[in-house]
Ligand binder design. Structure first.
Ligand SMILES: Cc1cc2nc3c(=O)[nH]c(=O)nc-3n(C[C@H](O)[C@H](O)[C@H](O)COP(=O)(O)OP(=O)(O)OC[C@H]3O[C@@H](n4cnc5c(N)ncnc54)[C@H](O)[C@@H]3O)c2cc1C
Length: 542
């Protein structure tokens, strides 16, 4: 059945294919037709390409070998930014493009992209001088076309302490405050995938690309494995796009490696240990700069930037990486943070394009497209912030390949969530207070209404008030969430920001979860064990 265009909406009402409970049906639909484009990788890059392609009326499939956004796209600093430090590399075009994209992303997804002021303290003998920082931020604001009221502002020594009283470095001489945006990276990715599904694409998780071969009539056949049943099957597609992030080289087997991987670690500290009021970008103990960003009841600190050439499975945070971040934060802020204060962490790999003789921190973050002999279009490098423009460049290549006219992308007009907070809040305020509503709206946009309905149904039928469980049911039925780990990581990120509440929540809903979702106790225990192992992994260091 055709999913592009109006018919899709009818189909969407008939059956929720983006529910993990209807996965078999979705798989059958994917197997039984051929696509214009099949994308490998369900991170932000793949999601952006998926939305761009389906909005042009193409038939699109996307496969992700694990959960959506489980790769680097849930492990970033979660900033929608132009990358001030790329000015050092004189990468003006990257700063200009990503800088301008910030406002576009805010306009299409204001529920998940929020303005954020960033403070840079200037210290005597520090990496940045007051003059150079001001100049760099002037250029930054200019390239990014920042509105006058949001342009950078210089701060005296006195006013910087008013803005952030926890700064201790006696050498601080003043500072600068400038405009950025923050996001929730995995939510942004999943929201885009959900939108592309609703327009007519077929994104599916837990399907791994194995290999491909030319088939007939300019079709390629992708050999894939369903990671849940273990069964192999084929997908037919005119074009294959490799958006596999750090795994890009693995997909293009036998070709010279294009990528250099850089490991980036973040640690999470409860806000009561470091009650930071303001996001700060400050000098680390070496010649780099790192961020400290308040979020919910926590502050996260990162990132490291070191060459990584080990296995891509089971990447762990090392104690020495944690010590580097702690030493850096303790140099600038008080009270002192100790390793035992850390409640959670995440680690991601930046897929960077190799450049001769350059040190890992100097390698450009620009994206690059390359087409291999077997015709696979691969994209690597880039940033979360630039996903729309990267998608547009890929679609230009796709258009050439399937011989259709290319036009500029229209995704800047596609609102990811169409309703405002105020409208939604009116409809849920009898049961959800403003704080809860904001939290849910910032994750799910107008779909807070669906979560509210689930919550009310549970209350009526089972006499329970289970908010997190309502969220879980919503994610299973609308976001292809398969298990507890998918939920507490990529869906609501409690694993990183509210890790201490998870066990209690699971206790509260486990019997209903087993009953309502038809899980056997054995399956539930397996899910619970996997979740426990994951939580242990992110809260301990090797
Ligand atoms: C520490 C750190 C901080 C960062 N901070 C920022 C920031 O603040 N702002 C910003 O704009 N950018 C930031 N970035 C960059 C940004 O996070 C990445 O550029 C972006 O997330 C990469 O997305 P991706 O989709 O290309 O890769 P991924 O998110 O890794 O997605 C690739 C996906 O492909 C899947 N895959 C691989 N092989 C297969 C296969 N055979 N079959 C099916 N699926 C497969 C993987 O499972 C994975 O989910 C940061 C990066 C790091 C590492």
């Amino acid at each position: 059945m055709e999913r592009c265009g109006k018919k899709n909406f009818k189909l969407d009402k008939e059956i929720k294919l983006f529910s993990s409970e209807n996965r078999g049906l979705l798989l059958n639909k994917i197997k039984s037709q051929s696509f214009d484009i099949t994308i490998i990788g369900g991170g932000i890059t793949g999601a952006g390409i998926c939305l761009d392609a389906v909005s042009r009326g193409l038939k699109v499939c996307l496969i992700e070998m694990n959960d959506f956004a489980s790769g680097t796209s849930s492990k970033s600093t979660k900033l929608i930014h132009g990358g001030l430090r790329y000015l050092e590399q004189f990468n003006f075009s990257l700063v200009r493009e990503t800088g301008r994209e910030r406002a576009v992303l805010y306009s299409i997804a204001p529920h998940v992209v929020k303005p954020e002021k960033m403070l840079i303290p200037i210290s005597k003998g520090g990496k940045l001088s007051s003059f150079l920082t001001s100049l760099a931020l002037y250029v930054y604001d200019f390239l990014a076309n920042v509105k006058k009221k949001d342009k950078k502002r210089s701060l005296s020594k006195e006013s910087i302490y008013n803005i952030e009283p926890l700064l201790i470095n006696e050498n601080i001489q003043g500072g600068v405050i400038y405009s950025e945006y923050r996001t929730d990276d995995s939510r942004l990715t999943i929201e885009i995938l959900k939108k592309s599904y609703r327009i007519g694409a077929y994104p599916i998780n837990y399907v791994k690309y194995i290999s491909s071969q030319n088939y007939q009539n300019n079709l390629s056949q992708l050999k894939c494995r369903d990671q849940i049943s273990g069964k192999e099957f084929q997908i037919n597609s005119k074009v294959i796009v490799n958006a596999a992030g750090a795994w890009v080289d693995n997909v293009v087997i036998g070709k010279k490696n294009k990528l250099l991987l850089s490991k980036g670690v973040h640690i999470v500290i409860p806000k009561n240990k470091l009650p930071l009021k303001q996001s700060v970008y400050f000098d680390a103990v070496d010649d780099r700069m790192i961020f400290a960003i308040p979020r919910r009841e926590t502050v996260y600190i990162g990132t490291t930037d070191t060459l990584y050439d080990r296995s891509l499975d089971n990447i762990r945070v090392k104690k020495e990486e944690v010590v580097y971040l702690l030493n850096s934060v303790n140099k600038f802020f008080e009270p002192e943070i100790k390793i035992d204060d850390i409640i959670s962490s995440w680690v991601g790999l930046r897929p960077l394009i190799k450049e001769n003789k350059k040190n890992i921190t100097e390698v450009s973050r620009k994206d690059e497209i390359f087409i291999s002999q077997d015709g696979i279009i691969s994209i690597a490098g880039g940033k979360l912030t630039g996903y729309r423009k990267m998608a547009e460049r890929v679609l230009k290549q796709v258009s050439k390949k399937i011989n259709i006219p290319f036009s500029t992308s229209q995704t800047h007009k596609i609102k990811i969530s169409t309703s405002s907070f105020e409208i939604c809040f009116k409809k849920v305020s009898n049961n959800f207070n403003e704080k809860t509503s904001k939290k849910l709206f910032n994750r799910y946009g107008e779909d807070i209404l669906k979560i509210h309905k689930i919550y009310i149904d549970l209350l009526k039928k089972h006499k329970v008030k289970l908010l997190v469980f309502s969220e879980l049911i919503y994610c299973i039925e609308n976001e292809m969430c398969h298990n507890l780990t998918d939920f507490f990581t990529q869906r609501n990120s409690m694993a990183y920001f509210e890790i201490q509440k998870i066990q209690k929540e699971v206790e509260l809903f486990k019997n209903l979860y087993i009953e309502l979702k038809g899980k056997s106790r054995k399956v539930f225990l397996k899910e619970e064990k996997e979740l426990e192992e994951y939580l242990k992994k992110i809260s301990t260091f090797i």
